[in-house]
Write a protein that binds this ligand. Structure first.
Ligand code: F6P
Length: 547
């Protein structure tokens, strides 16, 4: 069903016209319980939605929309393993990866939970043996460096989690991530590493991805160019994949292969064996806590009423911004250095999932889907693009994320960080009127003429929507809950928009063309191109002559 044809969409349209000119400043002034009514606390994550341009009526209508679009029933279908990824005829079961061992989830009549837990046990044993120094390199030395080779979901998730949980990591075991096919990434990573103490994890759902396989082959060459012999590859390479045949062909010891299944999407895979690097870095207990946090969020998502359901509200308010206020992008602003990679992770999660323009039955969408996700950590971003957030011409809803208990307290740093955090959402909400700017200038001794000239430049329209997530403490558990929250947000939006959030055909065309161009760069006859592409290729070939 097209969401635009629902009763609630029409009602929301009318409601939008009624409230679009309301200012958040006035809404707060008139309503002292706004904060209490539009915020939700769940297990260490406090979500404040009150600084969005919503009223109680908006929430009611958005709830109706979710209801008309069958969001709750669709969530149940996903959790139950129905094949909701219709273009690939696959179930979507990243949530099963964090279920308890006693649970049961059936695919084609087979319970998949036992296999998930068998793999978890293998991850536990393997990671503990490496961390404890029981499993060593080919010369008997303890491993000091892990290099995860993967890209997209086989990189961004574990990289984010390893970085975010660095506080909990084993400091004498460094995890590196190599993703780019640009050889600089591999070369600069390996530059200071010792082959005797380096373990490679080749992470690829398909084990065919060009970037990953190219990097993996070059890493093996680098390893073999040391004193190692072919047989030593067995103790220095592990793989995480759904493609057991390909890992074997690559020469990876089956005992070092950790499998997951095709019902886990790449961008949803960090809970699977793709999290091996996380277990190595922070230990299996912490990896389990990450899963437990996500599991708790799954339960909250399935059970909490709409108006107290964090992912539902985040999703519905996101739809409200995109489809009614015309917001083209959404900024993610973590005020915690440990969460600096969150925007990059959410870019894939959200944009690869919902960057679609075709509905489930193949008809084109006649509304906008995923916003452009972007962001950087605060306070750095305050000194770069915040100018545009405050005074630019576009409406950019922002997620502000901070942690109440700092992991590395030094002096009053955290209070200063948080003062900025609170100030920014207040400023974006309130703004500053021209009269206020004018009076402020006069108060500072500026002449009347000068005050009049400068006041428009110092005016802030305000009324810019923000959602605040205040996390009690950054732990594996709260991080797991936060990431699962975003997964469910993306899911709900995909259901409302009637698109398939779980395929990614849009990445294929570029891959196909690159495959055709590659032989041409090595001297084979050119394939037909437009004159721009042909001209650029010819120029590159001329310039790329090795000196
Ligand atoms: O480029 C698209 C994509 O398929 C992503 O969805 C995926 O996360 C990434 O490539 C890596 O794929 P794989 O894990 O199979 O190497």
């Amino acid at each position: 069903m097209n969401c635009r044809q629902t009763y609630s969409w029409l009602a929301l349209k009318q409601h939008y016209n009624e409230i679009k000119n309301l200012h958040l400043r006035d809404m707060f002034a008139a309503d002292t319980v706004r904060f209490a009514d539009f915020s939700v606390e769940f297990d260490g994550i406090f979500a404040d939605f009150s600084k969005n341009r919503i009223t109680r009526e908006t929430i009611k209508l958005l709830e109706n929309l979710a209801h008309e679009c069958n969001v709750a029933a669709s969530a149940e279908r996903m959790f139950a393993g129905k094949k909701i990824n219709s273009t690939e005829n696959r179930a979507v079961l990243h949530t099963a990866l964090r279920r308890a061992a006693t649970d049961s989830v059936l695919i084609d009549g087979k319970n998949i939970i036992p296999e998930i837990h068998e793999v978890l046990v293998r991850i536990k044993v393997f990671s503990e043996e490496i961390r404890d120094g029981k499993r060593r390199g080919f010369t008997g030395k303890i491993f000091t460096d892990i290099v995860n080779i993967g890209i997209g979901g086989s990189d961004l998730g574990p990289k984010l989690v390893c970085d975010a949980l660095k506080f909990y990591s084993k400091r004498n075991l460094t995890v590196h991530f190599v993703s780019n096919i640009d050889s600089t990434h591999l070369a600069e990573t390996l530059r200071t590493l010792n082959p005797e103490t380096t373990l490679f994890i080749v992470s690829s759902k398909t084990f065919t991805t060009e970037e990953t396989m190219t990097n993996a082959r070059s890493a093996r060459d680098w390893f073999l160019s040391s004193a190692a012999v072919e047989a030593d590859v067995q103790s220095h390479f592990a793989a995480v994949s759904t493609n057991f045949t390909a890992t074997e062909q690559f020469g990876i010891n089956p005992a070092n292969v950790f499998v997951f299944r095709d019902w886990v999407g790449g961008r949803y895979s960090l809970w699977s064996a793709i999290g091996l690097s996380v277990a190595l870095s922070v230990g299996f207990e912490n990896f389990s806590d990450l899963l437990a946090g996500a599991r708790a969020m799954d339960k909250h998502f399935l059970e909490a009423p709409f108006e107290k359901n964090i992912p539902m509200l985040a999703a519905a308010i996101g739809v409200w911004h995109v489809n009614f206020f015309g917001a083209e992008s959404q900024s993610v602003l973590p005020y915690d250095e440990y969460l600096r990679l969150l925007p990059a992770y959410l870019q894939q999660l959200d944009m690869e999932s919902n960057g679609k323009s075709v509905m489930l039955q193949g008809e084109p969408v006649d509304f906008h889907t995923a916003p452009i996700i972007w962001g950087q950590p605060g306070t750095d971003s305050q000194h770069s693009f915040f100018q545009l957030l405050h005074q630019g011409t576009r409406l950019i809803p922002c997620d502000f994320i901070a942690v109440a208990k700092p992991l590395n307290p030094i002096g009053d740093h955290h209070k200063r960080l948080m003062a900025n955090f609170f100030a920014q959402t207040e400023a974006l909400m309130r703004g500053k009127t021209t009269d206020e700017a004018h009076d402020e200038l006069l108060g500072a001794g500026t002449s009347t003429h000068e005050a009049e000239r400068l006041a428009p430049h110092k005016t802030f329209a305000g009324n810019r929507p923000t959602t605040t997530f205040l996390i009690d403490k950054l732990t594996p558990y709260t991080l797991g809950a936060l990431l699962a929250m975003y997964e469910h947000k993306v899911f709900v939006q995909g259901i409302i928009w009637g698109i398939n959030s779980f395929d990614q055909w849009g990445v294929e065309l570029g891959k196909q063309l690159a495959k055709a161009i590659l032989p041409e760069l090595s001297g084979e006859d050119p394939v037909p191109h437009d004159c721009s592409t042909a001209g650029l290729i010819a120029l590159y070939k001329k310039q790329n002559v090795r000196t």
